[in-house]
Design a protein around this ligand. Structure first.
Ligand SMILES: Cc1ncc(C[n+]2csc(CCOP(=O)(O)OP(=O)(O)O)c2C)c(N)n1
Ligand code: SF4
Length: 296
């Protein structure tokens, strides 16, 4: 499907309460147009749940289930199996959660569902912290970022660990489909969700979704930041289809500082910190490229 062929009907409607410029809201609006009405969503506590569906109101025109923080993938599994037992093999069951609910707290259920190759689509919208409860660091928060639990002071200055490589971890489960996507590269985003909708078995898509509130950036800069993430190599766009890995866009290797300077969460970083992050990004991209070549 081309961008101009996207349906006009909104399944994620006006009336939601996401902040202006919220990347997660843009992702959900678009992915719902691709997945369509024959979809059930399973979501734990997170910004998405709060801004789209707080009982008795919902901005989502599909069945939507609020589950515990730890068990999104397990509940989606049960939902899909129950539908199949009733003779319905067509409905897409989508688990969708933030990075806290995916890379950290929901990881055990996620890994189990992937290892069993459950027939579900799991989407992690990656805003790189626990935003709904006030910007706490997660395993997916990048090196150097300020959060309320990685404060900036005399002893420490932002997160001292590097971002957890969730796409690699999911690829190691040998599932039918793993992809990264970004709302800044919408055609690539559409193609990946279309593919994931059709595939049987476990599918995982991790979407880059800036959060102006937590990242401390201007609400008009969300898409620019997405593009810079890909251009600098901070976010690799790639996919694994039955183990065959394809890089969808090569980074221009724009200096990482261009990405950092738009965001207040990195404002305190020293030259030495930026160099450390740049070295990490360069090595990560080389590793991703080598990995793709070995799985071509
Ligand atoms: C077991 C459990 N621990 C903590 C919470 C409190 N809580 C609700 S939402 C949330 C943050 C979610 O972060 P993330 O999954 O990254 O999604 P985001 O808010 O960033 O969209 C937390 C810690 C909870 N609901 N359940
Ligand atoms: S805090 Fe961030 S993720 Fe949450 S609604 Fe606002 S912009 Fe979106």
């Amino acid at each position: 499907m081309k961008l101009k062929e996207m349906p006009d009907e909104e399944l994620f409607t006006r009336g939601h309460t996401a902040c202006a410029g919220c990347g997660a809201a843009v992702a959900v609006r678009n992915l719902m147009k691709i997945l369509g009405k024959d979809t059930v969503a399973v979501t734990p506590a997170c910004c998405l749940l709060v801004f789209s569906a707080t009982y008795p109101l919902s901005a989502l025109k599909i069945p939507y289930h609020h589950v515990a923080f730890e068990n999104t993938a397990a509940c989606a599994t049960g939902m899909k199996r129950a539908l199949k037992a009733r003779g319905n093999d067509h409905t897409t069951v989508m688990g969708i959660a933030g990075d806290g609910g995916t890379a950290d707290i929901g990881f055990q259920a996620l890994s189990g569902a992937a290892e069993r190759n459950e027939d579900i689509l799991y989407v992690m919208y990656d805003n790189e912290a626990y935003m709904n409860t006030g910007i706490q660091r997660s395993g997916s928060t990048p090196f150097g970022a300020w959060t309320t639990t990685t404060p900036v002071g005399k002893v420490k200055a932002g997160k001292s660990n590097f971002k957890k490589d969730m796409p690699q971890i999911m690829m190691a489960h040998n599932v039918p489909y793993v992809a990264t996507a970004s709302i800044g590269h919408i055609q690539d985003f559409i193609t990946k969700f279309e593919k994931a909708k059709k595939i049987k078995g476990f599918r995982y898509i991790q979407v880059f979704t800036p959060c102006p509130t937590g990242w401390r950036h201007d609400t008009s800069k969300t898409i620019e930041i997405c593009k810079l993430a890909v251009d600098t190599g901070m976010w690799t766009l790639y996919e694994s289809e039955n183990g065959k890995v394809t890089i969808n866009r090569k980074p221009k290797m724009t200096p990482v500082q261009e990405y950092l300077k738009l965001q207040g969460r990195f404002r305190h970083m020293t030259e030495a910190d930026i160099k450390k992050l740049q070295d990490w990004v360069t090595k990560k991209w080389q590793a991703d490229e080598k990995y793709a070549q070995s799985r071509a």
